[in-house]
Design a protein around this ligand. Structure first.
Ligand code: NAD
Length: 359
């Protein structure tokens, strides 16, 4: 039976990347029934919303989607589609595999890690009090009564980390590790300084780890983790982190494997999962058939694994890796110099992957 999947082309270079990825996913032989839906800047211009209800309804109905990047114009008043998606669907986990494929120029060729980032809590929860505001003054006075002094001219962001949020993200990390043959989960934190937020995250992580004794568990203080990732990346496997550290380490991981054009992602919730590249809409290359579709294609590989099409996922990942290893039919960013005339376009990269899969 065909898998019903919501397909969101997005804007900027999104539609080209999504089309290339859709073709490769279909070439695996897995059957899809695509439910194409709009999101982003273009639909905002037409309908006054970047995220129409019919798009959300489609994802809720299908429980799974793949999405091209969407632009968030600065100062336009429209909210990020990605933030809306995460909130509406409670996509609490962001999974970002960072694997250095042979043929990519990187200083860290041993890298093969999976970052599992909590998506809903922490300093990104949006609980903020502007300097000089009435609410800020109320909060400072309440803190004063509790014996804590905060300077009058301070802006304040609150960092909530709950037992509930920590438990489900660490469980997700262990379940990903098990489903994907991974051996170890590392929890990263700053529990020595933030005892009641990161400290709780660590305490819960240790409790959850006891339920999964077949997978090794360790913890690292976040600064030490960053140091070790760039000196001994081969020692790390699955890394689970609260929201802020997860955001930063995700980009560190993308840099370690050769750039944004190669970093896939999946946002997972209890009711739905949405797969998309880590990078943005790269609007300056819109319509030029130029940018690298690898990150979105590898997000497609994650999608295949999510729907238990492991064999197809394996074949698709191997074909992408082989095209990159050969280094001939690859986009400009994977060539030794960015103006290399032998670079191919987004669509031709997809052709090369399909050709490789059919061999
Ligand atoms: P970006 O990731 O779109 O692009 C930055 C630069 O990285 C590009 O100019 C290009 O040189 C390079 N790059 C990115 N993707 C590439 C690819 N696939 N192949 C080759 N090179 C690539 O970041 P930005 O310019 O900061 O953001 C543009 C827009 O995208 C913003 O509006 C931002 O809010 C949005 N954004 C969306 C998402 C998403 O939809 N998931 C994620 C991040 C940013």
């Amino acid at each position: 039976m065909a898998h019903e999947v919501t397909l969101i082309p997005g804007d900027g270079t999104g539609p080209e990347l999504v089309e290339a990825t859709r073709r490769v996913l279909e070439a695996t032989g897995v059957e899809f029934e695509w439910d194409e839906q709009p999101a982003g800047e273009d639909i905002y211009a037409e309908e006054g919303t970047p995220f129409p209800d019919r798009t959300l309804d489609s994802i809720k109905r299908n429980g799974i989607g793949i999405k091209g990047p969407t632009t968030t114009p600065v100062g336009s008043g429209f909210r990020s589609v990605n933030v809306l998606l995460r909130k509406e669907l409670d996509l609490f986990a962001c999974i970002r595999p960072c694997k250095a494929y042979e043929g990519v120029r990187t200083r860290f060729p041993e890298t093969d890690i999976v970052i599992v980032r909590e998506n809903t809590e922490d300093l990104y929860a949006g609980i903020e009090f502007e300097e000089g505001s009435e609410e800020n003054a109320k909060l400072r006075h309440a803190l004063e009564e509790l014996g804590e002094h905060v300077r009058e001219d301070a802006g304040i962001s609150v960092k909530p980390i709950s037992r509930f949020g920590s438990e489900r993200i660490v469980e997700e990390a262990f379940s990903y590790a098990k489903a994907n043959g991974r051996k170890k989960v590392t929890a990263a934190h700053k529990a020595n300084i933030m005892k009641f937020s990161d400290g709780l995250f660590l305490e819960v992580a240790r409790e959850v780890a006891k339920r999964h004794e077949d997978i090794e568990f360790e913890d690292r203080i976040i600064d030490n983790l960053c140091n070790q990732l760039v000196s001994r990346p081969e020692e790390y496997d699955v890394i689970v982190l609260p929201n802020l550290y997860g955001d930063i380490v995700s980009d560190l991981g993308a840099g370690m494997i050769g750039g944004l054009g190669l970093a896939p992602g999946g946002n997972i919730g209890t009711e739905a999962a949405m797969f998309e590249a880590t990078h943005g809409s790269a609007p300056k290359y819109k319509g030029q058939n130029k940018v690298n579709p690898t990150a979105l294609m590898l997000s497609g590989v994650l999608l295949l694994r999510h729907i238990n099409e492991d064999d197809a996922a394996e074949r698709m990942e191997r074909a992408i890796a082989e095209v990159i290893r050969k280094g001939e039919k690859v986009t400009y960013d994977l060539k030794p110099s960015r103006d290399d005339p032998s670079a191919v376009g987004t669509s031709q990269f997809a052709d090369a992957v399909i050709e490789e899969m059919n061999q």
